[in-house]
Design a protein around this ligand. Structure first.
Ligand SMILES: Cc1cc2nc3c(=O)[nH]c(=O)nc-3n(C[C@H](O)[C@H](O)[C@H](O)COP(=O)(O)OP(=O)(O)OC[C@H]3O[C@@H](n4cnc5c(N)ncnc54)[C@H](O)[C@@H]3O)c2cc1C
Length: 302
């Protein structure tokens, strides 16, 4: 069976066969995105964004989802998004079947979180996202296709219903170490915080602390990669802020000052203050240029 929907509403999601090519995965996800309400397809949309750019069409036709996940390349575009999306791996052996999470430990190749020698990956379960949950994918590469990413990331936030208070947060990065890494400590410390500028400043500080790049980080360019680590989060912050400001979203709670202001007001007033973390240019430098979230701050192509 190539793919099927989850069995119950509570565990609703999509199960895709490990043997599907990445091109097939793209088609399957595109189909679900067109059928399901937007709030349920956040993870699928984020994956689709990367599947349009990952390698080139020939590679996407040949590479399998299972092969991609099992390779656990440090530059993997999909694994960070799958990890933040609470993906589970359905394993199979002569002894039977079992499920393991595609999480930090699996991606680090820890024996306790890995396949046993006799097991194969049969399929991949990707849950639907839920209301008040936002998932995004980011990548920076030399060019749009046929180039490995310098840094790639998957980010997910879940808010307490009807508020901008963080209930759950997951941030995973590729290209910054030997494996896909998740910024677990930073995420943990941000739980319960509101989605505002003090949280953004704190998050950038925590991320720079936790996602330490050794001198020998893959591809070098340590300072550039550190800038991308916080730049991606800043872009995520703005994207989510924009979603929260959509009509009907945060009606039941008083808005924090930042949420109460338009994100991209007409010039010359600049939008929300740029975080203090290193590596950003001030928006004031280009007040007359219209911009999408983060576009005037970031050198990257995703
Ligand atoms: C030119 C090129 C450019 C690329 N660019 C990118 C890029 O930009 N971004 C990106 O993220 N990736 C990129 N990739 C990697 C690509 O996405 C795949 O991850 C990679 O090709 C491996 O997929 P595969 O199907 O060939 O795996 P395989 O080589 O078939 O398998 C890889 C490993 O997984 C094991 N395996 C496979 N299936 C299973 C299973 N069902 N159960 C258990 N073990 C299994 C195999 O035994 C093997 O050890 C690129 C690859 C190439 C060749």
């Amino acid at each position: 069976m190539r793919h099927r929907e989850g069995d119950s509403v509570r565990t609703a999601g999509l199960t895709i066969g490990a043997g599907c090519s990445l091109a097939q995965v793209k088609d399957i996800l595109a189909g679900r995105v067109s059928e399901l309400p937007e709030e349920k397809t956040q993870t699928y949309r984020a994956l689709l964004k990367h599947l349009k750019r990952l390698a080139g069409q020939q590679i996407r036709n040949m590479a399998s989802l299972g092969g991609h996940i099992m390779s656990r390349h440090c530059y993997s575009d999909l694994n960070p998004v799958l990890a933040v999306g609470n993906t589970a791996l359905n394993l199979m052996s002569k002894e039977g079947t079992r499920q393991i999470p595609l999480d930090r430990d699996f991606l680090a190749g820890l024996a306790s979180a890995d396949l046993k020698p006799e097991e194969i990956l049969e399929s991949v379960y990707i849950p639907h996202s839920q209301r008040w949950e936002f998932v995004s994918a980011f990548r920076q590469a030399q060019c749009q296709q046929n180039a490995l990413a310098d840094v790639t990331a998957g980010m997910r936030v879940l808010f307490q219903e009807g508020t901008d208070t963080i209930e759950d947060l997951s941030l995973a990065y590729g290209g910054v170490g030997d494996a896909t890494i998740s910024a677990q400590k930073s995420c943990q410390q941000l739980l319960g915080r509101r989605w505002n500028e003090p949280m953004l400043d704190e998050a950038c500080r925590l991320l720079l602390d936790e996602v330490s790049l050794p001198g020998g980080a893959p591809g070098g360019s340590v300072e550039f990669k550190r800038t991308l680590v916080v730049s991606f989060f800043f872009k995520f912050y703005l994207e989510v802020l924009q979603e929260l400001k959509k009509p009907g979203k945060l009606l039941s709670v008083p808005l924090s000052p930042c949420l109460a202001q338009p994100i991209c007001p007409p010039h010359p007033t600049p939008p929300c203050r740029v975080p203090k973390a290193s590596g950003f240019h001030s928006l004031r430098e280009a007040p007359h240029q219209p911009h999408s979230p983060g576009s005037s701050l970031l050198p990257f192509n995703s």
